[in-house]
Design a protein around this ligand. Structure first.
Ligand code: GLC
Ligand code: GLC
Length: 650
């Protein structure tokens, strides 16, 4: 019954849009609209069906899709068709990503183009450029407080520079990832300005209240994201004379998706950037999209429906474009951003694997793999046609986002263990070599997160200071070891720009009053090209890290079982310091790789009986693809050097 209603509505809409009909170039558009319309209509109806202007809004939505389709260039349309045919393209092991700030890595977009050879030298072919849109300079949240969603901040360059970079990347078979900040705008965005000036239409784009009554009710259940610098979830706006919801910083106004106009505007913005040549869009803070009184206002069912709508609409206009979900939430919640009960991703094809990231940091501090194994075991099942973005560090803080039940199953008390980890990485724990700072400490809840660069957190900074060669080596090995996991785990590895040369914390941000109170800036420093050049000096720290990562990246691209076809099996081993898993070819039993990581700083043994049962070490030795040499069992056990990693094959 319902499908008929959808068909009837679609026909009516198409008649209203008749000025476009008859245009032969719309053939693919109509096919896709026909295929997706039932879902679009059902979702839109579920969210906005009660509104008197429902049909008018539907017409507006379809009109947005068609307009953006007409604008889509022949090159991008061709790529859409190719990706529709080769729909598993993004699961390949050939993709290796890096996230960077355009102006901190190079000066601007043109400069970035001249530095592409550096990325290619390392083997990077997926480039996430952190947000470059117009933001108020002193209230930018690093680009996540957008004043104009269609304007590049002139200090990065122009829109033409973006499209030029896009084509330069395409020529090198590299992908471009751009952000769309879907959850909020800057308080200086035009909509916010209109709202402030009293325009009711735009006040309805946000959550605006005359007094504290409703904000107080909301705040009974909403956690705080930046408790130290932006306490609470609402901000009094003097000029408007009202309270406005600001979950992140007090200058970031949360968008009200109860209003369909907001959703349609955002879909238009998504398609705008798809048309500028982005291959993948990173949707920021998606867990926060739907606010509901009495809830934590994260991971609400409707947030998922909104993402499904965004995906369905994108599939009609720009089907080659993928979404990354930035949802740094509990392990069981993250996988839902792929879309539940489906085979194909219905929401975002890719999601940050924040759980694995946090588990890796646990292993660094504890020097064992107990919680790491336990957390991987509990990682939720992932859809077939969806994949993880695996990372060690990014521009944000590290949240200890693994489940309490996994901490308990590992034999620790959750509160005490989390406290230990915070103390360890902030250097408060005796003998810890880590140089991080606490971020987002909340005395009310006892929660805290961690800031700092990869190299400083694994002890490179303190080791260099004390000129302790052994400690320097351990830090370098730890950096390579952590990358060996994200490169072999299954999913797209995403490196962070300074990490391949061991960039330490930078305190330069303290001199800038607009940044000084946000210590995430410690790990967002200007890329030091002199330091980078030392990657060619034999024996330098930079060379040791860079060459280890470069070699592993090149290797990964050749090992087809490292593609993500849900083909990982965790092997239970008795030694608590080891992480052991296999990557298998589902179609060829003989094609497999055995990954073994020793997270401890002392040598560890692994009896091979267990591995034999899984078809490994049937002969006396296996070849380690990383070192190129053979690993042999001695007295039926492998001896694994401190902080070592092996990718073994027959
Ligand atoms: C995302 C960004 C983070 C920002 C927040 C608010 O989590 O990664 O840097 O502060 O959104 O936009
Ligand atoms: C919170 C949010 C996450 C964001 C971070 C910014 O952890 O859940 O989305 O990246 O804050 O620091």
């Amino acid at each position: 019954m319902y499908e008929q209603a959808s068909h009837a509505l679609l026909n009516e809409i198409l008649i209203e849009l008749k000025f476009e009909i008859g245009n032969a170039h719309l053939r693919h558009f109509y096919t896709r609209l026909g295929a997706n319309f039932y879902a679009i209509h059902s979702l839109f109806n579920r969210l906005y069906g009660e509104r008197p202007d429902f049909k008018k809004q539907m017409v507006k939505l379809v009109e947005t899709l068609v307009r953006r389709y007409i604008e889509r260039t022949p090159t991008l349309r061709k790529s859409d068709l190719a990706r529709e045919r080769d729909y598993n393209w993004f699961l390949s092991q050939e993709w290796v990503g890096m996230a960077l700030y355009c102006d901190r890595f190079a000066d601007n977009l043109q400069g970035l183009r001249t530095h592409l050879p550096y990325l290619q030298e390392l083997g990077i072919n997926l480039l996430h450029i952190m947000p470059m849109l117009d933001c108020p300079p002193d209230k930018s949240d690093g680009g996540y407080a957008v004043r104009d969603f269609r304007r590049i901040d002139p200090h990065f360059g122009t829109l033409r520079d973006v499209t030029a970079l896009g084509s330069a990347l395409r020529k090198r078979d590299m992908l471009l990832v751009l952000d769309v900040v879907v959850n909020h705008t800057s308080d200086e965005h035009e909509w916010a300005q209109q709202a402030r000036a009293g325009d009711k239409k735009y006040q309805d784009y946000y959550f605006v209240f005359d007094d504290r009554e409703t904000p107080d009710i909301y705040e009974q259940t909403m956690p705080e994201i930046f408790p130290e610098t932006a306490a609470g979830n609402f901000t009094w706006d003097e000029e408007m004379g009202k309270w406005v919801m600001t979950v992140f910083n007090n200058y970031q106004w949360d968008l009200n998706y109860h209003n369909p106009s907001v959703l349609i505007e955002m879909i238009d913005i998504i398609l705008y950037w798809a048309n500028k040549g982005a291959d993948i869009l990173r949707l920021d803070a998606v867990a926060f999209l739907w606010k509901k009184i009495g809830s934590v206002c994260q991971n609400e069912r409707e947030a998922h429906l909104l993402l499904q709508l965004m995906k369905d609409c994108c599939q009609v206009t720009a089907p080659g474009v993928l979404f990354i979900a930035e949802a740094i939430v509990a392990p069981g919640e993250i996988a839902k951003y792929f879309g539940e009960d489906a085979i194909n991703a219905k929401e975002c094809e890719i999601a940050y694997n924040a759980t694995l990231m946090a588990l890796l940091w646990d292993a660094v501090a504890t020097k064992n793999a107990v919680l790491l194994n336990q957390g991987i075991k509990s990682l939720p099942h992932k859809l077939e046609r969806a994949t993880w973005l695996n990372y060690v560090r990014c521009h944000d803080d590290i949240g200890l986002g693994f489940g309490d039940s996994d901490i308990r199953a590992s034999g620790y008390d959750p509160a005490r263990h989390r406290r230990f980890l915070i103390d360890y990485f902030t250097g408060r724990f005796p003998s810890s070599p880590a140089r991080g700072l606490p971020f987002g400490e909340n005395p009310k809840t006892g929660d805290s997160r961690i800031s700092g660069s990869l190299a400083s957190l694994v002890g490179l900074e303190s080791a260099l200071e004390s000129r302790n060669e052994e400690a320097i080596t351990a830090a370098i090995k730890t950096i390579a070891l952590l990358h060996s996991v994200i490169l072999s785990f299954g999913g797209i590895p995403l490196l962070y720009y300074g990490d391949a040369i061991g960039t330490l914390n930078s305190l330069a941000y303290l001199a800038d009053p607009a940044k000084a109170n946000d210590n995430r800036w410690m790990n967002r420093s200007h890329f030091d090209w002199n330091k980078a050049n030392r990657r060619h000096e034999n024996g330098s720290v930079e060379q040791r890290i860079f060459s280890a990562l470069k070699q592993m990246i090149a290797l990964r691209k050749e090992i087809t079982v490292l593609a993500d076809f849900d083909n990982r099996e965790l092997l239970a081993v008795e030694n608590p310091h080891l992480l052991v898993f296999t990557r298998n070819d589902p179609h060829n039993f003989n094609n497999h790789v055995l990954v073994i990581c020793n997270l401890n700083d002392a040598p560890q043994t692994l009896p091979i009986g267990n591995l034999r049962a899984h078809g490994y070490f049937l002969q006396e030795c296996m070849k380690d693809l990383i070192s190129g040499s053979c690993i042999e069992a001695e007295n039926d056990a492998l001896i694994l050097p401190p902080l070592s990693y092996h990718w073994l094959t027959d």
